[in-house]
Design a protein around this ligand. Structure first.
Ligand code: TNX
Length: 735
């Protein structure tokens, strides 16, 4: 009897322990999600007296860990030469951990052991260890009275893809060395390992090249004298950045763009282009038509010299040669380029780019480097060396890479371009508009190509372009972003989506789980705060919205651990004294309910927003613009509206104007489409738009789409009463 009783107690206790263990196991919020976690229950308390054992090859990572721990805890862990007795052991052992960049982290009641395949794996084991500690561990500042306990776990982990990258565009906007290091640090925290350093573009040359000093003396600056904007990295700066990245397992891959996107070089040395015309470094985004001339020997000498200095500086095995978005008019017209075409038996002018890629890829092969470039480099004729194509349009194109014997990295603009805003919510920061916004979920749910063998697809890469806030000119003033605005703004756009890209690259398709990611993410905002890294605060989650008896009831949850939800029910913008949400709220009209996630009085989200419902007009496609009283003028006039991001890519589009209400009579006339100020198409028409839901459709052939540029529509209108007419414009892609 007694025994049974005891056994029951034992089982009961055991199951409580297990239940606690599994509850605690769920509470582990590591990003990216490790491959395997075994949690035993119980913790290990860190103390100042702990010692560390490590071999010489681990010394830099050991010092990294020592400093990471010291900052917040004040514990300075001395080195011990007795591996068996040390409290923290760091070791590299490829026999125990087989996968590249893999590690095993074991925390038991006595000690912490990180065994890794290589230095990268060791660094990742350390990152996982830090994520097991409270967020304040990342602050680097002494936290008085804090306790530092780590759950007892064994975590075995390795990445699924060798390429987990970010591209940082420092050419359009010059981010200084400190920001670049910070960006690298944040990438490394989330186990990303490749930085594509976009050093060259039309609007700036950012890399010191000793043999061509004018590249940075002239090409790095827009404007004159004290008012000039720009900057560059000296070779010394570059070495510092590379060294900083190396400890963190980040390979810095320089990108030297050609034949297009290099006007800054042409400004410095006009003989690089076909025409030799003198230009200026632009202050606004545009893609230069002036390509590097392939007909002149001097162009190849220039490339050889610049690339030689570059690869001597960067230890990476890769060199990125850009290669995107060339328009070949200049080559077409250039007698010297034509000669090369004849000599090489090239019939299509665009294949000259393939010729150029081959010359450079051979040159780089002799230096032991593999060429990487935007997808265009494998789509302009056959490239004989194996190269890596950065697929930015359609992930299916990696099939083409596979068939041609190349490798691919997936960087689809639709999901991984972090220069796009997350939402269309009014008040959202201005950002790239040439495509629809990319929500965190859309970024996380990127289609991974499973058509090509995994040996072709090396991994994924997020891209942070800066052309939409070139020189900070269109940056908005937002209260929470009032200082260092462009850097804070870049962080706002990059985070938290960068964490989604990191997990995409690290995890297998099978382990990728949006709900789990979102849950884990909720505790990472505090980590970002401690890292002094800005981020976009997500709006409150609507857990449930029920409509009954003409009222709407909202149940909300905060997507950020520890944040407060504040709300109003009269349609006004919530602020730091608005009501605090702690139970479901019922309102008369859902539009009157506004709620924000407040992390602090200076850092909060946009209010939740209900996009207008256009489902009744589905047949006309996507919403583009709307007219209300006074949008049109009475009498004859021209209505101009923006259509950027609504007609993405070339093709045939139907643009439909639908009258929704009002007594004002409207007649539509000729419609013109503009790319910035360049007239692209005109469609003639003379059509009244009267009667219930009357609609007029214009068919537009778009042949000159260009990523990153604004598009406008102008339409002639004649209106009897501009104060009483309402309608919408929609667009639909036909083919
Ligand atoms: C397209 S994507 C570009 C960049 C722009 C970007 C803007 C690619 C390879 N080229 O030059 O910065 O769009 O989002």
């Amino acid at each position: 009897m007694k025994r049974t009783f005891r056994a029951t107690i034992l089982i009961a206790t055991l199951s409580i322990v297990l239940a606690c263990a599994s509850a605690a196991a769920q509470a582990l919020s590591i990003i990216p999600q490790p491959a395997q976690i075994e949690q035993r229950g119980g913790t290990l308390k860190l103390t100042a007296a702990m010692s560390m054992a490590y071999s010489a090859e681990c010394a830099r990572q050991a010092q990294y860990l020592r400093e990471a721990i010291f900052g917040a805890t004040g514990f300075y862990w001395k080195e011990s030469n007795k591996k068996n007795r040390a409290d923290v052991v760091l070791e590299i052992d490829a026999n125990q951990v087989a996968a590249a960049e893999g590690y095993r982290l074991t925390v038991d009641g006595k000690r912490v052991v990180i065994t890794a395949h290589d230095n990268g794996g060791l660094f990742y084991g350390i990152q996982t260890f830090l994520q097991l500690l409270p967020p304040a561990i990342h602050s680097g500042k002494l936290q008085a009275h804090a306790e530092w306990s780590v759950p007892q776990v064994t975590i075995s982990d390795a990445p699924n893809h060798p390429w987990r990258g970010m591209m940082l565009d420092v050419a359009r906007y010059f981010f200084d060395k400190e920001f670049v290091k910070h960006y690298i640090d944040m990438m490394a925290m989330y186990k990303m390992n490749k930085l594509q350093f976009h050093l060259i573009d039309d609007s700036g040359w950012r890399l010191e090249i000793k043999k061509y000093p004018r590249l940075t003396e002239v090409g790095a600056w827009a404007g004159k004298d004290q008012n000039r904007l720009g900057g560059y990295y000296s070779q010394e700066d570059i070495r510092e950045i590379i060294d900083y990245a190396a400890v963190r397992g980040v390979e810095v891959i320089p990108e030297i763009e050609f034949p297009a996107h290099m006007l800054s070089a042409v400004v410095a040395y006009p003989w690089l282009s076909c025409t030799g015309e003198q230009h200026e470094v632009p202050r606004q985004h545009f893609i230069s038509r002036d390509l590097l001339c392939v007909g002149k020997e001097s162009s190849f000498e220039f490339l050889a010299d610049v690339l030689e200095e570059t690869v001597n500086l960067f230890p990476s095995n890769y060199i990125n040669i850009g290669g995107d978005e060339a328009v070949y008019d200049r080559w077409q017209e250039c007698p010297l380029c034509k000669k090369v075409m004849e000599r090489e038996g090239i019939t299509k002018v665009s294949d000259l780019q393939g010729y150029l890629t081959n010359v450079v890829a051979d040159m780089m092969k002799r230096k032991g480097k593999t060429v990487v470039g935007w997808e265009e480099i494998i789509m302009r004729g056959k490239v004989s060396q194996q190269v890596v194509a950065m697929i930015w349009h359609d992930v299916k194109d990696s099939i083409q890479a596979a068939q041609a014997g190349h490798k691919a990295v997936l960087a689809p603009a639709t999901n991984l371009y972090l220069d796009f805003p997350e939402s269309r919510t009014p008040g959202e920061l201005k950002a790239a508009t040439w495509m629809p916004p990319i929500s965190l979920e859309k970024c996380y749910s990127m289609p991974i190509n499973d058509y090509s063998p995994s040996s072709t697809v090396l991994g994924v890469q997020g891209c942070f372009w800066s052309d939409q806030f070139i020189h900070g000119t269109i940056l908005q003033e937002l209260p929470q972003l009032n200082e260092d605005r462009s850097e804070r703004y870049a962080e706002y756009l990059s985070f938290p989506r960068l964490l989604a890209v990191a997990e995409l690259g690290w995890c297998s398709n099978a382990t990728r789980d949006w709900k789990s990611f979102k849950q884990r993410l909720s505790s990472h905002y505090a980590r970002l705060d401690h890292k002094d890294c800005n981020y976009r605060v997500p709006e409150p989650d609507i857990v449930e919205m029920t409509e009954a008896d003409g009222k709407v009831r909202f149940q909300l949850a905060s997507p950020v651990d520890g944040a407060t939800i504040r709300y109003t029910t009269d349609g006004s913008y919530p602020h730091s004294h608005s009501a605090v949400y702690n139970a479901p709220v019922t309102v008369d009209r859902k539009e009157d309910f506004r709620a924000i996630t407040e992390v602090s009085s200076r850092h909060y989200s946009l209010p939740i927003y209900f996009a207008p419902d256009f489902s009744a007009y589905k047949q006309y496609g996507e919403f583009v613009a709307e007219w209300k009283p006074n949008t049109l003028a009475s009498g004859k006039s021209i209505w101009r509206f923006e259509a950027t991001g609504k007609m993405v890519g070339n093709g045939t589009y139907d643009l439909t104007f639908v009258r929704t209400r009002g007594t004002g009579k409207v007649t539509l006339g000729k419609l013109s489409q503009y790319k910035r100020s360049e007239l692209l198409t005109e469609v003639s028409m003379q059509s009244p738009l009267n009667g219930e839901n009357a609609a007029v459709t214009y068919r537009i052939e778009q042949t000159a789409f260009e990523a990153g540029l604004p598009f406008y529509i102008e339409v002639e209108t004649e209106c009897s009463d501009a104060l009483d007419t309402y309608g919408y414009v929609f667009v639909k892609k036909i083919e």
